[in-house]
Unconditional design. Sequence first.
Length: 113
Amino acid sequence: MSANTSPTPQRTLTIDISASPDGTPILVCRGRITLEGSGQFKAQVKSLSPQNKFLLADMSGVDFVDSSGLGGILGTYLSAKSDGCDLKLIHVNPRIKDLLDLTSLSKVLEGSS
């Protein structure tokens, strides 16, 4: 038996928070955004949006978003907007970018990578 050395896809969502050089908070997301993960994503954004004008979500580590996850991202975007905060997705995985393009949400959600 040989050991499988390729990384297995992460099934749950993890979010680390860092900052861009100008101090804008960046949520570094890894894993899958589904119904359960979208609640975690919303909670993280909600904790930061009242005191920030901009938030970035680095989606390079997100390899799967289902319809509940997509709805959760959009709801989170609208919630941040109501707090006066602009949430943008950056470094979006090509598979997720295709989904955003297909649903015409890329124009709303994506920032410059």
